[in-house]
Design a protein around this ligand. Structure first.
Ligand code: FA5
Length: 354
């Protein structure tokens, strides 16, 4: 063995040790490939060694060639083993990360919920359905004829001022946003003959300053029943039943005289406060009663203009504020919250709609 082959064999041993040590620390596929490039690639250290063999004496070359090729083969084999191990580990990690743990609770999905006003409309529709009333809906943009004239409120009559009306700009000067749901009284009676039993939930608009109990847009519930022999006692019974269903079994209804041009007699009605059982509290402002709306026996003129015979038919009508019901039921003290779009308020009523 010549001096040159000795030196080469040392170099092979050193290179082998370095390569094996470096490979032992490789922990990722990227690093393994970098290692392969450093030792076995075209510019790698083993390749350079092979190239250097041409400088050896001819008799030394075959052995040196075999040794270097053996080193190359060994390192390639070791690299392949490491690469395979890392590839398997990476695949398993991937699988584990992607795996679905079916025992985990699902991620909550944000779905909408019905607005408290919509929910209360559904609730009253249900209550009145059991009392034989059908829900009907009418236009929010109305003519003065339905909003006023057919309700026994002629033009220039001072009673018109009671409803601060928002007038809709149009070619005609008699288009308004309905100030109440009462225009549906005439619209319904024009369409059908008695017996009539309808409720009308819907938005109403008034040119009104906003405060804790007034909005320019609010929701009313109208009720209308026309038949032979209907009396004020029927009105009271229906409203009392509604109050019981909404606020609890012991509720009572109070009527006091009031004036609305389309009823005679007219009343305002209140329900005794469910929160304090009539003793007086913050919600009923210490009165024991909660004002709900107006009502009365349908005025003969209102029956007459739609072609009903007031000598044969009588009826009752009522109108109340839906927001007001919700305020009483849940102790909400500011009506502006309903159209305020504050999710913290709305979420208190949210029951997921599925
Ligand atoms: C009326 O609107 C009559 N149409 C009710 C009626 C119908 C009487 C049938 C007789 C027969 P009034 O203006 O009082 O009446 O309104 C009735 C209810 O609507 C009020 O008690 C209140 O609960 C609600 N309401 C009226 N104005 C507003 C407002 N600006 N904001 C919120 N709620 C209101």
């Amino acid at each position: 063995m010549t001096h040159a082959t000795h030196a080469l064999s040392d170099e092979i041993t050193t290179l082998r040790d370095a390569a094996v040590t470096a490979l032992a620390t490789v922990e990722s596929l990227d690093k393994a490939i970098a290692w392969e490039r450093a030792y076995l690639g075209p510019k790698g250290r083993v390749t350079s060694l092979l190239r250097g063999l041409s400088g050896l004496a001819a008799e030394d070359r075959p052995q040196a060639g075999r040794d270097t090729q053996a080193l190359r083969a060994e390192l390639a084999e070791r690299f392949e083993a490491v690469r395979e191990r890392l590839a398997v580990a990476a695949r398993q990690r991937h699988l584990a990360e992607d795996a679905i743990d079916v025992t985990l609770p699902g991620r909550p999905v944000a779905i909408g919920a019905a607005h408290p006003v919509s929910r209360m409309i559904d609730e009253v529709i249900e209550i009145f359905a059991h009392l034989g009333f059908q829900a009907v809906f009418g236009p929010e943009v109305e003519t003065a004829r339905y909003n006023f004239d057919l309700l026994n409120i002629p033009a220039n009559h001072p009673a018109r001022d009671v409803w601060d009306t928002i007038i809709v700009e149009s070619e005609r000067d008699d288009v308004v946003l309905r100030t109440h749901t009462s225009p549906m009284q005439a619209r319904t009676m024009e369409r059908i003959q008695p017996p009539v039993r309808v409720i009308v939930p819907g938005r109403s608009y008034r040119y009104e300053a906003q405060d804790a109990s007034h909005e320019w847009m609010f929701t009313q519930l109208e009720g209308l029943a026309v038949d032979e022999h209907i009396t004020l006692a029927d009105l009271k019974g229906v409203l009392q039943e509604m109050a019981r269903q909404l606020f609890g079994p012991r509720r009572r209804v109070r009527f006091r005289c009031d004036f609305f041009p389309f009823v005679e007699p007219g009343v305002d009605f209140a329900v005794d406060c469910a929160i304090c059982e009539g003793a007086g509290c913050r919600v009923c402002k210490q009165s024991g009663w909660l004002e709900m709306g107006g009502a009365g026996m349908v005025h003969p003129n209102v029956l007459r203009v739609v072609g009903y015979d007031p000598a044969r038919y009588t009826g009752f009508a009522f109108g109340l504020g839906i927001e007001r019901i919700i305020m009483m039921k849940y102790g909400v003290d500011d009506l502006r919250a309903f159209a305020g779009n504050d999710l913290r308020f709305l979420r208190q009523f949210a029951r997921a709609v599925v």
